[in-house]
Design a protein around this ligand. Structure first.
Ligand SMILES: Cc1ncc(COP(=O)(O)O)c(C=O)c1O
Length: 385
C-alpha cells in the first residue's frame, strides 16, 4: 500500500471496458450513453470516461452541470447529456458549453429557446416522457404536442426523446413491457406529426440485462452494469466484472480475553481468548455502519467478521488465537481474494441497500488507484498500480 494511504480503492478500468463491450453485445449495435454520474458511481468519472472514449462510447450521462463541466475541463470530448433537469440559472452555461439537457414541459423549453436566441447558439434538448417512473417527465399524452412545439423552435434542437424504467431490475416482465408499449406509441405519434429527432433511449442496466426489446430505441443508457453489477440478484450475470475493490491494512493487534467488550455500545464481546485487530476504515470513508457485527473482511488469508460497531474512522475484527494476524497485514473489505468474495452486492444485501449506494458511498477520503490491466477476479491487483 502506498505510503500515507489508510484506505484505498483499486479501480480496474479494463473490467469497465469489458462490461461496456458486453453491454454493446447485448444491444445489437445500438449507441451507448454511459452513465457516469456521481463520479461514475464512485469509480472516478474522468478516468472511466477517458477509458470508455477508447471503446467508442457515444455519449455520457451525468446528473449535474458540475459533473459535465468536470469531464470537459479534463479533456473528455464526447457529447454529454445532463440527465436531471437543471435549474433555469444553469441554462446559459449549459448552452454555451454545448451540453444537452433534459426538458419536460413547455415553460422550460420556451425559456431555453429565449436564452438560446439571445446567445445566438442552439440548445440541444431531450424530451423526457414519464411512462411510469413517477418522476421527471411529461405525460405520454402531452409528449407529441410538446415535441412538435420544440420541433418548430428555431433555437432549440430536439436531439432526443427518452423514458426511464423503474422496475427493470425485476426482469423482462409486466410493468417494463407495458412502458415499452406506451413509449413506442408516443414515438410513432411524434413521427406521424413529422417531428424529427436523432436519439431515442430508455434502457438502463436492468432492461439491457433482461433483454427487454430495444424497439423503438437507438441508444441505451447503462450505468451500474458498467461497474460490474446487476441491479438485482434476479439478473445476476457472470459476464459482468466488478471493477472496484477497497483495501486497507491492520493498524493494531492486541490480545484480548474472553468476554472483553468491543467498541461503542459494547455490542460485541470476545467469545474466547484471542486477538483484536483494528482497521483504519469507518463510515466516514463510506464503509457502511450497517455492517457492524455483519461485514466480512479478508485479512492475510483469513476470512473474519467485523466485531462491534463500525466507528467513524475505524472498525474492529476479532480473531481466534490460532489466526496469526499482525499490524501491517492487508485487509480487503470489498473485493475478491482466494475463495473470498465480498463485493458491493454482498454488502448491499447485508445492509438492506443496493450496490449503487455501496459504491457511491466511498468518500473522497478513499483515493482511487486505476489499473488498465485485465485481471481475473482470482488475481488481486498489484500494490503498486
Ligand atoms: C435517467 C437514468 N438513466 C439511466 C440510468 C442508469 O441506470 P442503471 O445504473 O440502473 O443502469 C440512471 C441511473 O439512475 C438514470 O437516472
Amino acid at each position: 500500500m502506498e505510503n500515507g494511504h489508510r484506505v484505498k480503492a483499486h479501480v480496474n478500468l479494463e473490467a469497465i471496458a469489458s462490461n461496456f463491450r458486453y453491454a454493446r453485445s447485448l444491444t445489437s449495435g445500438r449507441r451507448i450513453m454511459a452513465v457516469v454520474k456521481a463520479n461514475a458511481y464512485g469509480h472516478g468519472a474522468v478516468q472511466v470516461a477517458r477509458r470508455l472514449e477508447k471503446e467508442g462510447v457515444d455519449m455520457f450521462g451525468v446528473a449535474t452541470l458540475g459533473e459535465a463541466i468536470s469531464l470537459r475541463d479534463r479533456g473528455v470530448t464526447t457529447p454529454v447529456l445532463i440527465l436531471t433537469p437543471p435549474t433555469p440559472e444553469e441554462y446559459r452555461d449549459i448552452i454555451s458549453r454545448g451540453f444537452s439537457l433534459m426538458v419536460y414541459d413547455l415553460d422550460n423549453v420556451n425559456e431555453i429557446n429565449m436564452i438560446a436566441k439571445c446567445m445566438g447558439q442552439v440548445a440541444r434538448v431531450h424530451l423526457k416522457v414519464d411512462t411510469g417512473m413517477g418522476r421527471f417527465g411529461c405525460t405520454p399524452e402531452e409528449a407529441p404536442s410538446i415535441a412538435r412545439h420544440i420541433h418548430q423552435m428555431e433555437w432549440v434542437d430536439l436531439e432526443g426523446v427518452a423514458t426511464h424504467f423503474p422496475r427493470s431490475d425485476e426482469g423482462p416482465v409486466g410493468f417494463t413491457l407495458h412502458q415499452v408499449k406506451v413509449f413506442r406509441q408516443v414515438i410513432s405519434e411524434m413521427v406521424e406529426l413529422g417531428v424529427g429527432f436523432r436519439l431515442v433511449h430508455a434502457a438502463n442496466s436492468g432492461a439491457i440485462l433482461s433483454r427487454v426489446s430495444q424497439s423503438p430505441c437507438n441508444m441505451v443508457r447503462p450505468g451500474l452494469m458498467l461497474y460490474g453489477y446487476a441491479p438485482s440478484r434476479v439478473l445476476f450475470d457472470p459476464n459482468l466484472r466488478p471493477a472496484m475493490e477497497v483495501v486497507t491494512r491492520v493498524i493494531q493487534v492486541k490480545r484480548i480475553k474472553k468476554g472483553t467488550p468491543v467498541g461503542y455500545g459494547h455490542t460485541f464481546h470476545a467469545p474466547e481468548d484471542g486477538y483484536l485487530a483494528v482497521l483504519p476504515i469507518g463510515y466516514a470513508d463510506g464503509y457502511p455502519r450497517a455492517l457492524s457485527n455483519r461485514g466480512y473482511v479478508w485479512i492475510a488469508g483469513h476470512v473474519l467478521k467485523i466485531s462491534g460497531r463500525v466507528c467513524m474512522d475505524s472498525s474492529m475484527v476479532f480473531a481466534p488465537e490460532d489466526v496469526p494476524i499482525k499490524p501491517g497485514d492487508e485487509a480487503v473489505v470489498m473485493g475478491v481474494r482466494d475463495g473470498f468474495r465480498y463485493l458491493a452486492d454482498d454488502m448491499a444485501e447485508a445492509t438492506g441497500s443496493i450496490p449503487y449506494e455501496v459504491t457511491c458511498s466511498f468518500t473522497s477520503r478513499v483515493p482511487r488507484f486505476f489499473t488498465e490491466r485485465p485481471h481475473s477476479p482470482k488475481q488481486p491487483l498489484s500494490e503498486t498500480e
